[in-house]
Ligand binder design. Structure first.
Ligand code: ASP
Length: 336
């Protein structure tokens, strides 16, 4: 199915139900994680790992990450490898190469990564570099900083072997030329103008990490930064609890620190599904109407349970588990 279709029926595929239902069940390929219980006796918890989930039904990206996890790759590298599929896919007009430009006609990208030790890195307003999630990892590992912007991030990229690339493709340039005729800017509801990929991975050791990468809202103001590179907004991981990622109108996600909120709600005992629903409710209750914008979240906890929720119908999450990649149509606050 074309991911740009506006889906109206929320349903869980058979595989999705099976995957969700087996979230904490035993499986011959499962990983055993050692924990210490309240009496300090070591206990063994069975995890249904590896697991990869991502926003917007990006089948190939999620499968790439899932297979890498199955092959033993760690959660952070698998997430970066997975999202790179979309960064390099010029058909995706809101991530990486082929992303829609800003109002001045320049493509600029934002990305963040967070690992299972609480380390993170981010880049904002980066031009000429396709794999910005990988660049965010370089910021995390090779600099004393968490976030680099614009030219500084680009310089770092070249220093670490990234190649300069033309991000504006002929079709994005043509769409921009068409847009200039009216120059009308309004955030639209679904994948018409946002397709950010946020990905959360749990590796065979039960460790969780994530990556989020985007060209942001189409025809944004030059210099505009959304939620995706903001740790706690577009992405947050706490390896003791779980992880969350967001997509949609970044301004709303930033105002409610959405991904951090979801992880904290899971820490308080909510399931990933309940936590995503509560985070959407926080946005909804602040507005008289949420008719004209979309926000969607995905989340995973340490048991490998997952959840997703959104404002408008039309958002799907991919979930890879037990070597199966399933598309999960997400329930929404608004029903039509
Ligand atoms: N959240 C992104 C942003 O506001 C847009 C998207 O999800 O596509 O930049």
């Amino acid at each position: 199915m074309n991911r740009r279709n506006f889906l109206r029926n929320a349903s869980i595929s058979g595989a999705g139900i099976a995957a969700a239902a087996t979230g904490i069940s035993c499986n011959s390929t499962n990983t055993k994680e050692k924990e210490t219980n309240s009496t300090s006796m070591p206990i063994t918890r069975t995890l249904n790992a590896p697991v990869a989930i991502c926003t917007w039904g990006f089948t190939d990206a999620n499968e790439t990450a899932g297979k890498a996890l199955d092959a033993g790759m760690n959660a952070l590298d698998a997430a970066i490898k997975g999202v790179a599929v979309e960064e390099e896919d010029i058909r995706n007009t809101t991530v990486g190469k082929g992303g829609a430009p800003d109002r001045n006609g320049t493509v600029s990208l934002d990305a963040s990564v967070m690992d299972s030790n609480g380390n993170c890195g981010a880049v904002v307003c980066v031009e000429n570099i396709t794999n910005v999630a990988a660049l965010a990892k370089v910021v995390m590992l090779e600099t004393p900083h968490v976030m680099l912007a614009g030219e500084g991030a680009e310089e770092l990229a070249y220093k670490h072997g990234f190649k300069a690339d033309e991000l504006l493709t002929p079709s994005s340039a043509a769409a921009y030329k068409e847009w200039l005729k009216t120059s009308e800017y309004k955030p639209l509801i679904n994948i018409e103008n946002h397709d950010t990929i946020g990905m959360l991975c749990m590796d065979k050791d039960g460790d969780i990490a994530g990556a989020c990468t985007t060209s942001g809202l189409s025809y944004k103001m030059k210099g505009r930064v959304g939620d995706s590179p903001i740790i706690g907004a577009g992405l947050f991981i706490d390896n003791e609890v779980g992880g969350a990622a967001g997509t949609g109108l970044g301004e709303e996600i930033i105002k409610t620190v959405g991904s951090f909120l979801i992880v904290e709600l899971m820490r308080q005992g909510k399931t990933p599904q309940e936590a995503c629903e509560e985070a959407i409710n926080r946005i909804v209750t602040k507005h008289n109407s949420v008719e004209d914008f979309q926000v969607a979240y995905i989340a995973i906890n340490k048991k490998g349970e997952t959840g997703s929720y959104c404002i408008h119908p039309g958002f799907a999450m991919m979930e890879y588990r037990n070597s199966k990649n399933s598309r999960i149509e997400t329930k929404s606050h608004l029903k039509t």
